[in-house]
Design a protein around this ligand. Structure first.
Ligand code: SF4
Ligand code: MG
Length: 321
């Protein structure tokens, strides 16, 4: 992902005149390696879902590009685009709205084969659908049911099976468990972990829950107002966070180990994130940053290395030594 930008014009009045620009994704560069899980965290409205739609070619960027296996997705059209899109599948937050209520589970999982007939000979599709249902922990009886006859967790399993039918390299999971009961969340996370091995998948795992991301991710990117403000390995981000926003997110996350509760000072983040329509000048985090200095509102910090490896942070005060 190189310099990815998605701006939405905001129109108002009867003349629908453009009155502003919503900078949903504002210059994001990332790499995803084969078999890797990249977590993306940030508050709602930071551009995570827009990024997910751009990564899966459900939306086109204003500028910048997404390259998959050496091919730029946004230069492809028609059949070429459809074939390239198979590699990167989107798992939605709410599996209910993404499933057709009039289609049975088996038909839903089979549909990708009807759209992409070269994926499997007609005679093999029934067996392949049963194997996919089995892989996501559904039994053959579920194949005859409709979405309203399933629990939320079962619906999410159907959405995953349908995505796997296309034999993707990458699943982009946009808050895949946040609409589910807490008791079901761990089951789906464990399922995704198992499928990563079985199907040799790489994941982009988007969440606002930092503990889920920590469990799954090899690397983590933290987003704020359309930009990545910190990226590094799971250990670099969780144990040596270098951006004041990451520090605040981590300090606000629930501590799973009761012995550690109360040992940590919570950093209170003042207010809601500012609007991405008219983000603050300079470092866009400065109105909420407890470390801000005079220069922070004057110029935007670059996403530059701290330490020796791939740990990058966008903060003027980061120790670059
Ligand atoms: Fe805070 Fe300044 Fe760093 Fe931005 S650049 S995160 S305002 S210290
Ligand atoms: Mg979202």
């Amino acid at each position: 992902v190189r310099d990815l930008v998605r701006h939405f014009p905001i129109r108002a009045g009867v003349l629908r005149r453009t009155v502003g620009v919503l900078k949903a994704v504002d210059g994001v560069s990332l790499d995803l390696r084969k078999g890797e899980t990249l977590g993306i965290v940030g508050e709602s409205g930071c551009g995570k879902s827009t990024l997910a739609r751009l990564l899966t070619a459900h939306d086109r960027p204003t500028s910048g590009e997404v390259t998959v296996l050496g091919r730029s997705m946004h230069e492809l059209r028609g059949g070429e685009l459809r074939r390239a899109r198979r590699h990167v599948q989107l798992i939605f937050q709410d599996p209910y709205t993404s499933l057709d209520p009039r289609m049975t589970v088996a038909d839903t999982v089979r549909e990708p084969y009807d759209v992409n007939p070269d994926l499997a000979p007609r005679g093999d599709r029934g067996r392949m659908v049963r194997e996919l249902l089995d892989a996501v922990g559904l039994n053959p009886d579920h194949g005859d049911r409709y979405p309203h006859q399933l629990s939320g967790g079962q619906r999410q399993r159907v959405g995953i099976a349908r995505a796997l039918a296309l034999r993707p390299e990458v699943l982009v999971c946009d808050e895949p468990v946040s609409a589910l009961d807490v008791s079901v969340q761990a089951q789906i996370v464990n399922l995704l972990e198992r499928l990563r091995e079985t199907f040799s998948l790489a994941y982009v795992f988007i969440a606002h829950d930092l503990s889920v991301v920590r469990h799954l991710a090899d690397r983590v990117a933290v987003m704020y107002l359309g930009k990545v403000v910190e990226i590094g390995t799971e250990a670099e981000v969780y144990e040596s966070a270098a951006h004041p926003y990451t520090e605040a997110l981590l300090s606000a996350a629930p501590v799973p180990d009761p012995a550690l509760r109360g040992t940590r000072q919570e950093i209170v983040l003042e207010g809601e994130p500012p609007s991405p329509v008219d983000p603050p000048a300079g470092c866009s985090f400065h109105p909420r940053c407890r470390k801000a200095v005079a220069g922070c509102s004057a110029s935007a910090p670059g996403l530059d290395p701290v330490g020796g490896g791939g740990h990058l942070v966008a903060c003027h005060l980061a120790d670059r030594s």
